[in-house]
Write a protein that binds this ligand. Structure first.
Ligand code: ADP
Length: 294
């Protein structure tokens, strides 16, 4: 399976250009779409999921022309939206049986079997008779994945799935996502770097409606090898360092401010070398597009 997005642009009626000539190729496996709030992730996800139109450009899933054959796309798509809306006062099992019917699984025994298998898979079988409205955030997300996986989709889109989950729930959700088959495209949209570094073998960073960088997380990290330096400084000197060097991020550690600088040579002897992480690569991209807070 291959998803090819070419030159996709979208401007909302209020004049906001949310997507600017997006071109991306996505293969089977977990693909992370990383970007800040407002970067255009949901607009892109919703367009791929045939829920809204683009102004120009094309999306092909193998030979399905997604923008012109939305019904064909929907047959092979599983979608977990950012906001699932109101959780109805019915049980997880009832809701999944209903959605299975909507997805065209009408044979009663087959429907029951796929729903039961999925309930086991997302670890909700024991609570399948409880009302969805009583589920915790993590349980709701796992239910969301179960409904997205009904009908064995070839492409699964999950929009900001771990926002609002506690660390334990997030871990469970990671395990679940990483079990989704190798023959499926899974697109994970998130503003959380850890989601991508833990799960994805391919990724793109998007900012202000454009693709800022695309590639494998490990390649994106190693591109910074030898060029990152850290130093502990007095917080009042931050502005001065920002003027003198390319400070890509700063953080407090045990009450002290530590800055990370991008430079091919050691900035001054007070710096020590830093092994790059995906977060550094992300901050470096963002620092080129948005001003750093002082
Ligand atoms: P993300 O998912 O990365 O947070 P979105 O795709 O939701 O980004 O939004 C991208 C930009 O488009 C933002 O500036 C947002 O305010 C704007 N936007 C999103 N949806 C609409 C809409 N329906 N009408 C107008 N502007 C919108």
């Amino acid at each position: 399976m291959e998803l090819r997005i070419t030159n996709l642009s979208k401007t909302y009626p209020n004049g906001k250009q949310a997507l600017k000539h997006i071109t991306l190729t996505i293969q089977n496996g977990m693909f992370g779409l990383l970007g800040q709030n407002g970067a255009g992730k949901s607009t892109l996800m919703r367009t791929i999921a045939t829920l809204q139109d683009a102004d120009t450009g094309s999306i092909f899933l193998d030979d399905i022309d997604v923008l012109n054959q939305p019904a064909e796309m929907r047959k092979v798509l599983g979608y977990l939206p950012q906001d699932f809306g109101v959780y109805p006062n019915v049980s997880a099992e009832e809701m999944l049986l209903y959605i299975a019917e909507m997805k065209g699984i009408t044979h009663a025994a087959e429907k029951k079997e796929s729903v039961e298998t999925l309930l086991h898979r997302v670890n909700l079988y024991e609570v399948r008779h409880k009302k969805l409205s009583t589920y915790s955030g993590g349980m709701k997300q796992r239910f969301g994945i179960a409904q997205a996986l009904l009908g064995e989709p070839r492409i699964v889109i999950v929009d900001e799935p771990t926002a609002g989950l506690d660390p334990l729930e997030r871990n469970r959700f990671y395990n679940l996502l990483s079990e989704i088959g190798e023959n499926t495209i899974v697109i994970l949209s998130t503003h959380i770097v850890e989601d991508v570094s833990t799960l994805c073998n391919d990724m793109a960073i998007i900012g202000n409606g454009t693709v800022l960088q695309a590639g494998k997380p490990t390649d994106i990290e190693t591109a910074l090898d030898g060029c990152l330096w850290e130093k502990q400084i007095d917080k009042h000197l931050l502005g001065q360092y920002q003027q003198q060097f390319e400070v890509i991020s700063n953080r407090f550690h045990a009450g002290k401010l530590i800055i990370t600088v991008y430079q091919e040579t050691m900035p001054d002897p007070g710096f020590w070398r830093k092994i790059p992480t995906l977060e550094d690569a992300y901050f470096k991209r963002l620092s080129q597009t948005t001003p750093q807070p002082v």
